[in-house]
Write a protein that binds this ligand. Structure first.
Ligand code: HEC
Ligand code: HEC
Length: 609
């Protein structure tokens, strides 16, 4: 079904691009956007503009396509398949080569773009694995850089052939990145390390990491002089969830920071949250071309935050305080909020600095915000489903900061895109204070009950009610809200495994590990049963501590276990090696010690799950 749909879309894409040559210049010769057959949510996550702003290209996560929009008329003139779950776009300075990173298909796709007529032709692809995300192209157009999230590297590709030149170690979970205007340095938001890594592009190496316990680092922008990288993020203040702690910004709060690009120095930050009406999930960020204005898309509160750059009270040590600076809040000439609705994720400035283009995921549209008028001037629809499905409604709740007390955070703030923000948090889920637990990934979660690390929760509906009213201290959900969230959770599955051979089979080492895992000697399968590599029981494997509310733990599913920053319920292990050598040894579980080679094989198998 899905393949047929993709094929149709592909044909439509090629048909439209071919129909466009030779260059139609007037509006009436462009195909109607309604001629795109499929009624599906486009869910755009990024956009780029040609230099003259005549064309706008969007990455549509919902359909795995790129749309070409004629900006003036707002017409979608072509839509071309690019891969599964596209995340980022980059266009060369001559506007003729477009790159797309596809997280799920694990590749970067190149397209030839013709700025004379808007035709977009697929050129080639390179498979990299490991969830490619943030993209940048060197000023001379000869190299591209792509963050490989689950490998912790930035791949350097030569253009236009997409040959891999190098993989630079960046840090854990790099998502977005930015290249300095002179093309010498890359800033990379490393979410697993809670900071920003600065890489030297020519030496192909990491210079330093400025870490500050930053979560969910968003879109990055380097100032024209190359001195600072600006980006939004969230801070977890490590206090238990109570109404007062939330309200004073002591649980999760939103920030914008800047980090020096030339040498390691303490990040300088501003707080974004007004008392009583906070901001959540800040995601997109851009500076105006003259650097007088800074805008930030707060995706959880569905708004654009606009700041005058001059006089912004960036503070390094000890700062920036729990709420937005009072003087800034009171001055409408220095700070204002523009409601956008939906889920605004990525932003780009117009050349004249007056307009901001916003990729809005739930609106299925590109919004053009007029900063003088302080409102959305136009909205360009990219295409959507004929009705909002139950799962989509659940997804909207999942990303909605307004579901929490004073709108400080959403499910996504902790379970980033349905996965995890990786840190240990005290949600008081087990009824006590001070029991910090690794935020569980929600991939396959509807199939892996009982829930929570201790496995005490047997009722997923009750768990969802509890998340909304106790973890978020938000309003009571309706039964339909719960149905919707569960329908959304049903859609969450792990990405294709990057450690398997191209045909999906196991390496020789992983095959030997498989035999151990399932055999008498290690017998891991006793508790981690296929297909999800968990079971429905609670086991005491000797990892509890005094003060635990419950005894024993439910084995976490091992599918996708390669992709963790912290392992075990309290995050005490930083790698699979550490789990099996120190805390959860085959010997302690099954009485038989494994030889070093066997342990390596077992780990190779775990990585391939
Ligand atoms: C403040 C961070 C935070 C927020 C917000 C949050 N969660 Fe969680 N969630 C956690 C943590 C931490 C755990 C693990 C708790 C434990 O095991 O005791 C968890 C566990 C879960 C589980 C059980 C997973 C499993 O495999 O057993 C589900 C399902 C879940 N959360 C869904 C949600 C949904 C849906 C929302 C929004 C309505 C939400 N969470 C909001 C932090 C959060
Ligand atoms: C007696 C049941 C049992 C057996 C046997 C068992 N496990 Fe586990 N496993 C668990 C439980 C329970 C946890 C969670 C413990 C915790 O977090 O404190 C766990 C956690 C893990 C984790 C950490 C996952 C994460 O996301 O943090 C890995 C990896 C793992 N097991 C691998 C193995 C391997 C490999 C074997 C065989 C050598 C094995 N287990 C045997 C019950 C078991």
């Amino acid at each position: 079904m899905r393949q047929i749909a993709t094929l149709l879309l592909m044909l439509a894409g090629f048909w439209m691009t071919s129909k466009l040559t030779p260059s139609p210049r007037t509006d009436d010769r462009l195909p109607e956007s309604s001629s795109i057959p499929e009624k599906k949510d486009r869910s755009p996550v990024d956009l780029v503009l040609t230099i003259d702003e005549r064309w706008l290209l969007t990455a549509n996560q919902g359909t795995g396509t790129v749309s070409v929009v004629e900006t003036a008329s707002g017409k979608v003139v072509a839509e071309v398949p690019c891969g599964e779950k596209p995340q980022a776009l980059a266009l060369t300075a001559d506007n003729r080569l477009l790159l797309v990173s596809n997280t799920w298909s694990g590749d970067v796709a190149a397209f030839r773009f013709d700025p004379d007529n808007g035709a977009l032709q697929p050129d080639r692809k390179v498979h990299l694995g490991f969830e490619p995300r943030g993209l940048a192209i060197s000023p001379n157009g000869r190299e591209a850089y792509v963050a490989l999230t689950t490998e912790g590297t930035v791949a350097v590709l030569s253009l236009p052939d997409l040959t891999v030149q190098a993989r630079i170690e960046a840090g854990r979970w790099p998502r977005y990145l930015a290249l300095s205007p002179d093309g010498t340095r890359l800033a990379v938001g490393c979410n697993g390390d809670g900071g920003v890594a600065v890489l030297d592009v020519f030496q192909r190496k990491k210079l330093f990491l400025e870490d500050f316990f930053g979560l969910n680092l968003g879109q990055m922008h380097i100032s024209r002089d190359g001195q600072y990288v600006y980006f939004p993020w969230m801070v977890y203040r490590q206090n238990p969830i109570t109404p007062r702690n939330i309200q004073i910004g002591w649980v999760l709060a939103s920030r914008i920071a800047r980090v020096r690009m030339d040498e390691k120095a303490r990040r300088e930050a501003i707080a974004l949250d007004p008392q009583g009406q906070a901001v959540s999930d800040p995601h997109g960020l851009a500076l105006s071309p003259d650097e007088k204005w800074l805008v930030c898309a707060a995706s959880g509160t569905h708004e654009l935050l606009v700041f005058r750059v001059e006089g912004l009270p960036f503070v390094d040590y000890g700062g920036p305080g729990d709420h937005i600076d009072v003087l800034l809040l009171q001055d409408q000439e220095r700070f204002f909020r523009i409601p956008l609705g939906g889920r605004p994720v990525f932003v780009r400035f117009s050349r004249d600095g007056r307009h901001v283009y916003v990729a809005n995921y739930f609106e299925n549209a590109i919004q053009i915000v007029d900063l003088h008028e302080r409102k959305v001037a136009r909205s360009i629809p990219l295409g959507s489903a004929s009705e909002i499905s139950l799962a989509r409604q659940g997804e909207m709740i999942f990303y909605d900061g307004r579901r929490s007390l004073d709108q400080w955070y959403s499910c996504h703030s902790c379970h980033y895109e349905g996965h995890t923000n990786s840190v240990t948090m005290d949600t008081r889920n087990d009824g006590r204070f001070g029991n910090y637990k690794v935020v569980l990934s929600l991939r396959n979660v509807t199939r892996t009950g009982p829930w929570t690390w201790h496995g005490w929760q047997k009722d997923l509906r009750a768990a969802m009610r509890k998340s909304l009213t106790e973890t978020m201290l938000g309003p009571q959900p309706t039964e339909r809200d719960i149905d919707a969230i569960i329908a959304f959770l049903e859609t969450l599955t792990p990405p294709p495994n990057p450690y398997r051979l191209p045909d999906g089979s196991l390496t020789e080492a992983a095959k030997r590990g498989e035999a151990l895992f399932h055999g008498e000697k290690a017998n891991c399968v006793r508790c981690h049963k296929p297909p999800l590599f968990t079971d429905d029981k609670v086991h005491d494997v000797g990892l509890g501590v005094p003060g635990d509310a419950y005894r024993g733990f439910n084995p976490p599913s091992l599918l996708g276990v390669y992709d963790r920053v912290h392992y075990l319920h309290d995050g005490r292990a930083a790698s699979l090696e550490e789990v099996l050598k120190k805390h959860h040894t085959p010997e302690s579980l099954n009485g038989q010690e494994l030889a070093p080679q066997e342990l390596n094989d077992l780990i190779a198998y775990l990585r391939s799950l």
